[in-house]
Design a binder for this molecule. Structure first.
Ligand code: HEM
Length: 410
């Protein structure tokens, strides 16, 4: 186990570090400095405990798939993001989100069916329809809107609702509770109540789908519960995870990408004008690299000693991966502060994680972002943001970076 003496606690910098004011897309300057000094280092977190911080791209690529690096949030040395997450973890059973080995592979196999690239390709017309409907409504409503409320949130929310079989008319309920759940300032008590309400909602939906199954993921989960492959709590927790991860992440990416691209008209034009689906997906990967929206570190714990970059990570040491530092590593991504939608290795970015827990929704998110951004810039060519950075409420404190609102005109 690591040295947690008072002296070393005083020396290690506090993590996470804030992004720079006036530069809302760049990783925290302090974390970039740490990355320049070396690929792994020590940081201190809210619990006054020291953990490893991995800022190196190659080291992250090596460690994520290592079978001795576990996403085990029940381990006593797991580096929780805050007290609420720690409290919730203590009450959670094992699911896909905190299991390893054969157990994780079993959960993932059970839930991966709708996310094969082939299946997702068939969803393009449906996603296009969601986007067109939202833009029709924006145009019919005048010449200004809140882009988050009118497009960025409804598109991924509508799509994940269809996949899961969640009624879209409940969107205000689940969007609100997801935002509260991702907010690092949410108190432990509030986080508990919040999660219980979401669990209760999805639990009831699973019961409904047990009685009247349909062609959707919740019905599949209900069938697994009926067959005894999933416990009811495992099913509802995983459904909460899919519902939350399936809309909040992509919504934040849409909002941030619109701001960034409106400032880079030549990059925007490449996205708007291309008929090459590969370039469009590459552009999305580049934006995902640039923003690094999971911006307070992916968390793991070592279960055996690991030698890396001249250091020994001991069994029982907590590890935090800072994606922003790795995604802005100039040796891997030259001129990282520049959005280059033609960047050849954009797909190597780490914003979707890596290894066995990597994002199951990666292809869905890519397609949603590609269709939404291209359609928006084609259909509303005069789009402009009407707020300065100072006036935009960036989600600095949230586990997933993004924006709350985005006033636009055309
Ligand atoms: C731009 C959008 C998205 C980003 C940046 C993103 C990012 C991530 C990251 C970084 C992880 C790994 C977490 C870790 O290793 O600790 C992850 C896992 C996951 N994501 Fe996404 N995600 C996005 C969209 C989606 C969508 C649309 C879904 C919808 C279904 C989804 C579902 C999941 C699930 C279920 C996992 C857990 C996988 C596992 O533990 O095996 N994500 N995501």
């Amino acid at each position: 186990m690591s040295d947690t003496s008072t002296e070393s606690i005083a020396e290690a910098p506090f993590y996470p570090m804030p992004r720079a004011a006036g530069c809302p897309f760049a990783p925290a300057p302090e974390v970039r400095e740490i990355a320049t000094a070396g690929p792994i280092s020590r940081v201190r977190t809210w619990e006054d405990k020291e953990y490893w911080l991995v800022t190196g791209f190659d080291e992250a690529r090596e460690l994520f798939p290592n079978p001795d690096v576990h996403l085990d949030n029940l381990h006593p040395e797991f580096p929780h993001t805050n007290a609420s997450m720690k409290g919730l973890a203590a009450l959670s059973p094992r699911t896909m989100f905190n299991s390893e080995g054969a157990e994780h592979a079993r959960f993932r196999r059970m839930l991966a069916k709708p996310f094969t690239p082939k299946r997702l390709e068939t969803m393009r017309p449906l996603i296009q329809q969601h986007v067109d409907d939202r833009i029709d409504a924006m145009l019919a409503g005048g010449n200004s809107a809140d882009l988050v409320k009118s497009l960025a949130l409804p598109v991924p929310s509508g799509v994940i609702c269809e996949l899961l079989g969640v009624p879209y008319e409940d969107h205000a309920f689940f969007q609100h509770h997801t935002e509260v759940g991702f907010d690092s300032n949410t108190s432990q008590e509030e986080a508990m109540q919040n999660t219980l309400q979401l669990l209760d909602y999805l639990n009831k939906l699973i019961e409904i789908k047990t009685e009247s199954p349909a062609e959707d993921m919740i019905s599949d989960m209900a069938e697994h519960v009926r067959a005894g492959d999933l416990q009811p709590w495992e099913a509802s927790l995983q459904a909460v995870g899919f519902l939350a991860a399936g809309h909040e992440t992509t919504a934040n990416m849409i909002g941030l990408s619109v701001i960034a691209l409106l400032e880079q008209p030549e990059q925007l034009a490449l996205i708007r004008d291309t008929d090459d689906p590969k370039l469009l997906i590459n552009a999305v990967d580049e934006l995902v690299r640039y923003m690094s929206i999971p911006h307070i570190g992916l968390r793991r714990v070592a279960v055996a000693d690991i030698e890396i970059a001249g250091e020994t990570i001991r069994a029982g040491d907590g590890i935090i991966f800072d994606l922003g530092a790795a995604n802005w590593n100039p040796e891997v991504f030259p001129d990282p502060e520049r959005i280059d939608v033609t960047r050849e290795n954009a797909a190597q970015n780490l914003s979707f994680g890596a290894g066995r827990h990597n994002c199951i929704g990666i292809q869905l998110a890519r397609i949603e972002l590609a269709i939404t951004l291209q359609t928006l810039f084609r259909r509303i060519p005069g789009l402009r943001v009407t707020a300065s950075y100072d006036e935009i409420d960036f989600k600095e404190e949230a586990m997933v970076y993004g924006i709350h609102r985005l006033p636009v005109e055309w």
